[in-house]
Structures are given as structure tokens and as C-alpha cells.
Design a protein around this ligand. Structure first.
Ligand SMILES: NC(=O)c1ccc[n+]([C@@H]2O[C@H](COP(=O)([O-])OP(=O)(O)OC[C@H]3O[C@@H](n4cnc5c(N)ncnc54)[C@H](OP(=O)(O)O)[C@@H]3O)[C@@H](O)[C@H]2O)c1
Length: 275
């Protein structure tokens, strides 16, 4: 039997690279997607040497509407079928909603929402027909906690909402497809070491977070892989974030928001100290 193949978007860095390594360690071939082709090639060579798996390199800009079809075509043309999808590529949209251009917000939605859904829509029918599929959508703990300006000024006003949609989408698609052995999971990480906070400018604040707030990309990928294999719809990696999200569910909304405002003040103080 041919090895299974997983498409990993945003595989050139951070959580995406960790997901590629995780799937490869379980014997999956890879289709690696991102804009930085050189990094994808290096990762493919590393995965071949370590695990003997093959990779397709697919340079693509996922902020473009044409990208999902182009990606699937490359895999089809290589004579492979898609058994897994990790929707992970992403970046924040720094700046408050009313102060940024609509074209930037629309680009953000294309990258962070529409193309996640479009890729899932392209691959899900084949998975259902063949009776096997694994889809992971990388959400964020910000979807499960009250919003705070201190976060959205870096990641974007739409960021928590975009990530919330991925959780509800994963839940509903899993309900639709799990009887056909197509599992869909959302993984909702908190602060994770990667390039994300360099790209969105939050590094000075994030580098001052207590250590127990920080996850590694490997922890996130392991949690996501385990969740999708077990058919768990939502996984929050790390004990601290499990605690925070459980608290947020248990507390009345106004109390949760008040606690978030206190945390926000601490972050603002850290930001002041870092400038
Ligand atoms: N780090 C965190 O604290 C954190 C927390 C919760 C959720 N997340 C989510 O985790 C996901 C991965 O982020 P990360 O932390 O691993 O950040 P990262 O290290 O910056 O990696 C982001 C990845 O997305 C790719 N990407 C960005 N824009 C793209 C575009 N237009 N087209 C194609 N690929 C694009 C990047 O590749 P190229 O630049 O090579 O294209 C890179 O591979 C994101 O969806 C993020 O929202 C992160």
C-alpha cells in the first residue's frame, strides 16, 4: 500500500514544521506548502534522511484565492491522493480594525479562514469516498478566552473570530464525516515559540511572558496529531491553557473579562518596560 500523504500549510516555520515532522515520524509522506521554498526543500531532505518519507514541495501564497486549487493540482499531477490536511499557515494582521485598510483585512480572511475552508472543501469528498481522512485546523486559545486589545493590536481584531470559526467548523465537519473515518480536529494553542511574534511585532512583550505561558511547536503538533487520531474535536495543548480555558468556561463572562483586563494591564506595563 502506498504511504499516506498529508498536506501541511505553513510548513516552512514553527508549528507547521513541527506538524510535518510529527506526521513524517508516523510514516506519512508530505506535501509541504509555504512561500519560502528553500526552507521546504531543507525540511524535505531532513525528513527523507530521518524517516525515509517523500515530500512534494509546493511554493504558494495562501493569501491568494487561487492557491488551494493550485496546491491540490500539484498533488494530483504527482499521482498522489490527499489523506491528511493540516491547515496551519498564518500570520497576524497588526493594527486595529478601524485604522487598517479593508484590503488588508480581506487578505487576512483569505489566508486565515477562506483558504482553510477551501482546502478542506477540495479534499474532504475524496477522503469520505475512500473511507479515510485526517484534517487538523490550527486555531488559537484566543478563540476560547475573552478578547483583549493587548492581543488584537498585534494579531488583529478579526483574529479571535477567525480562529473561533475554525473550531465550530471542525466540530461540524467532524460530525458530518466521522462515520466515514474522516476525523476533523481543531488545535487551539496559546503562546508558542515560533516566528509568529517576530512577524506581528509582539516579540518584545512575548519574550517577557512567564515560561509556563510558552508552548513549543512540537507540543502543539503532538497534541494535534493525537487529537485527530483519537477523533477529539478540540484540543488545547498545555496544562496552563487547559486551566485557563476551563476557568473561562466556569466563570461568569464579566468576571472573565475583568481578569483579562488585569492581564492586559500587566502586558501594557511589560510593553512600556520593553520600549
Ligand atoms: N505562535 C503562537 O503563539 C500561536 C498561537 C496560536 C495559534 N497560532 C497559529 O499557528 C499557525 C502557525 O503559526 P506559527 O506560530 O507557526 O508562526 P510562524 O512560525 O510565523 O509560521 C507561519 C507559517 O505560515 C506561513 N505563511 C504565512 N503567510 C503565508 C502565506 N501568505 N502563504 C503561505 N504561507 C504563509 C509561513 O510561511 P512563509 O512565510 O514561508 O510563507 C510559515 O510557514 C498560525 O495559523 C497561527 O495563527 C500561533
Amino acid at each position: 500500500m502506498a504511504r499516506r500523504l498529508v498536506v501541511v500549510t505553513g510548513a516552512s516555520s514553527g508549528i507547521g514544521t513541527a506538524f510535518a515532522r510529527e506526521f513524517a515520524s508516523h510514516g506519512w509522506d508530505l506535501a509541504l506548502v509555504a512561500r519560502r521554498e528553500d526552507r521546504l526543500k531543507d525540511l524535505a531532505e531532513e525528513m527523507k534522511a530521518r524517516y525515509g518519507v517523500e515530500s512534494l514541495i509546493i511554493p504558494a501564497d495562501l493569501a491568494k484565492a487561487s492557491a488551494p486549487k493550485d496546491i491540490v493540482k500539484v498533488v494530483d499531477d504527482a499521482g498522489r491522493q490527499i489523506d491528511g490536511l493540516v491547515n496551519n499557515a498564518g500570520a497576524g494582521q497588526p493594527g486595529f480594525f478601524a485604522e487598517t485598510k479593508w484590503t488588508d483585512q480581506a487578505r487576512f480572511l483569505q489566508l486565515m479562514v477562506t483558504n482553510y475552508l477551501a482546502l478542506a472543501h477540495l479534499v474532504a469528498p475524496g477522503m469520505a469516498e475512500r473511507g479515510f481522512g485526517r484534517i487538523i485546523n490550527v486555531s488559537s486559545v484566543s478563540a476560547l478566552l475573552p478578547s483583549a486589545n493587548a492581543h488584537t493590536r498585534f494579531s488583529g481584531t478579526l483574529y479571535p473570530g477567525a480562529k473561533s470559526l475554525l473550531i465550530k467548523f471542525s466540530e461540524a465537519l467532524h460530525l458530518e464525516l466521522s462515520a466515514k473515518n474522516v476525523h476533523v480536529s481543531a488545535v487551539a494553542p496559546g503562546y508558542t515559540w515560533s516566528e509568529f511574534h517576530d512577524v506581528n511585532g509582539a516579540r518584545p512583550v512575548v519574550s517577557q511572558m512567564p515560561k509556563f505561558w510558552m508552548l513549543t511547536a512540537e507540543e502543539v503538533a503532538k497534541a494535534g496529531y493525537d487529537a485527530v487520531e483519537r477523533g477529539v474535536v478540540l484540543r488545547v495543548p498545555g496544562a496552563w491553557y487547559k486551566f485557563l480555558t476551563a476557568m473561562s468556561k466556569a466563570l461568569p463572562d464579566p468576571v472573565g473579562r475583568a481578569l483579562m483586563r488585569m492581564q492586559e494591564k500587566r502586558m501594557a506595563a511589560r510593553m512600556g518596560a520593553a520600549q
